[in-house]
Design a protein. Structure first.
Length: 568
């Protein structure tokens, strides 16, 4: 026997004056060796009650197999069963619940299941796995129509940095014929696990895949066969800093199906006993615990609390060697006499930088922590730790300085990973930073210092498609194969929103938006050179102005107009 599936689009058309609703979903069918159907299900995720589905809406399903050159057909279905994802009686021990609760109370909105208030997460108890059914005649027509589009599917877990594919039906009321079976790509950034002593099952995942309207219920896969779950929703920062897609694991879905209910009666779905969740077939390069549940790769969270003006924020840093943490100048450039800077090392372990001094050169005689910013026009600072704080780090058995890349270790097109505490910093979700995979898009090369021969060029700026968010600043850019540090995250790009998207006076048209998939990084060559520089006695080196311009996204080259029509 083998499971097959096809993505589906589900529409809830109101019988009265309720709003239109649409979700994505999956049609599952189990067949035996004779091609006879043993089991089947139409599954999705929604927050309508079973009473609402039965009395207020007419429900229809469509799929790729129901579209031809001129027609898109919809087949009626009815409510069959539901399973609550979150249980009030177990919310205190439900890691997925507490993770989403953190988002909703820290400036995020859960889309499409929005809370009525920033602290009100009772709406989660209404979000459920829903099953639908067709009468026999309609099912015969539907199954015959989608027969050729069915694909083999297996159910398994995933790991951080796995590339994923989401098959869904966004914009259902705009042009469903165009968007049914729409494919989106992204990366698993974080695994949400129960993490109890006797229970480490994966509950869900966080991805940087861009969430689109009506994508909830979409099928999430890591390759052509293996699926890791269904799209649960989107957590979006209200200030525009970024958004993440939440994925409900098959592990959680299957547990829910064992307690599925029909009309208030407990009737375990036969699917729960027929679907087998695979836990031992992770790809070799991600099968170890470090990749499955995430690794800091020597990346640390840095929190700053300033009393004048009163504010608090966080960024990231990288343990560069046993006594040095590197980060961005804009993360730690505060009035040190009125600020508390703490560095998160591991679960429940922090160090506080004490008696700080701020300088542009290292003082080897100092017994205090030092923040050294060699150049104001290059966004990098070195935190030289006191002997006491060095001992604390040395006592951490699972925390080691990063392995550094070498010149020539990377090139445009290489797959890389950004690792930083972007968007959120929460024990409720994970003590691990967010990890995002992409490629090196561009490398700018210039001499580092003024007066250096023009032929002595060095990588000076890396642009990558790995994601970067607010809080990622100071995190690391790593080679995906050997986990070598290739650079340090500084910022993501901010671009003007096209004027066509706005109505109103010109002053409104200046709005911008951040592009998380456009990260600017300082290369390891510059970091190494500046690390050596802060220990030299010569105070008069000056950073090359072309590097400064590159980081400001200003022109760095003289433009010469060539007239090929001129002849001597």
């Amino acid at each position: 026997m083998a499971w097959s599936y096809t993505p589906i689009c589900i529409r809830f058309l109101p019988k009265y004056n309720d709003k239109l609703i649409a979700v994505s979903g999956i049609f599952l069918v189990l067949k035996d060796e004779k091609d006879d159907i043993i089991d089947k299900a139409f599954l999705s995720i929604c927050n309508l009650t079973n009473a609402e589905m039965e009395s207020k809406y007419n429900i229809f399903v469509s799929a790729g197999g129901l579209i031809n050159e001129t027609e898109l057909k919809w087949v009626p279905v009815s409510f069959d069963f539901y399973s609550n994802i979150f249980n009030k009686n177990s919310s205190t021990s439900d890691k997925l619940y507490t993770s989403i609760k953190y988002f909703t109370s820290h400036g995020f909105k859960l889309i499409p299941f929005e809370s009525r208030g920033s602290q009100d997460v009772d709406f989660l108890y209404g979000v459920k796995i829903a099953g639908f059914k067709m009468n026999s005649a309609n099912f015969e027509y539907f199954s015959r129509s989608v027969k050729n589009s069915l694909q083999v599917i297996s159910f398994r877990g995933s790991a951080i940095n796995s590339n994923i594919i989401i098959e869904s039906s966004p914009f259902s009321f705009t042009n469903p014929a165009l968007f049914i079976n729409f494919v989106s790509h992204g990366t698993i950034n974080l695994v949400i696990s129960q993490d109890d002593e006797n229970d480490e099952r994966e509950l869900g995942y966080i991805s940087d895949t861009k969430y689109l309207e009506n994508m909830v219920g979409g099928v999430v896969k890591v390759d052509e066969v293996n699926s890791i779950g269904l799209v649960l929703g989107n957590v979006r920062k209200l200030n525009g800093d970024g958004d993440l897609t939440l994925i409900l694991s098959w592990n959680t879905i299957l547990r829910g199906l064992k307690g599925a209910r029909t009309s208030g009666r407990l009737e375990p779905s036969p699917l729960a006993s027929e679907i087998h969740f695979i836990t031992n077939n992770l790809p070799e390069n991600v099968a170890d615990s470090e990749h499955r549940h995430g690794t800091s790769k020597g990346v640390l969270a840095i929190t700053v609390e300033s009393s004048s003006p009163h504010r608090s924020y966080w960024g990231s840093g990288v343990l560069f060697d046993k006594e040095t943490i590197i980060t961005n100048d804009h993360v730690v450039n505060v009035n040190l006499k009125q600020a508390k800077i703490s560095i998160y090392l591991s679960k429940n372990t922090w160090i506080v930088l004490d008696a700080l001094t701020l300088t542009d050169k290292i003082n080897p005689e100092s017994s205090s922590d030092q923040i050294i910013t060699p150049f104001n026009n290059l966004d990098i600072s070195f935190i030289k730790l006191s002997k006491q704080n060095q001992k604390v780090i040395a006592s951490m058995g699972n925390l080691h300085p990063v392995q550094k890349g070498l010149p020539g270790d990377y090139k445009v097109g290489d797959t890389v990973t950004t690792v930083g505490f972007g968007l959120f910093l929460s024990k409720a979700i994970s003590q691990q930073p967010l990890s995002s995979q992409g490629v090196i898009s561009s490398i700018a090369r210039f001499p580092i210092f003024e007066g250096t021969p023009s032929s002595d060029i060095t990588p000076s700026l890396i642009v990558t498609s790995s994601s970067c968010w607010n809080g990622s600043s100071g995190g690391g850019l790593f080679d995906i194969k050997y986990n070598k540090l290739l650079g340090m995250i500084c910022s993501n790009a901010e671009v003007n929103i096209p004027e066509i998207l706005f109505d109103g006076p010109r002053s409104v048209l200046a709005k911008t938006e951040k592009v998380s998939k456009f990260s600017l990084c300082i290369p390891i060559e510059v970091i190494n050179e500046l690390s050596n520089y802060i220990q030299r006695c010569n105070k008069y080196d000056k950073i090359n102005n072309r590097i400064s311009n590159a980081w400001k996204l200003l022109p760095t080259h003289e433009e010469i107009e060539i007239d090929t029509s001129a002849r001597l």
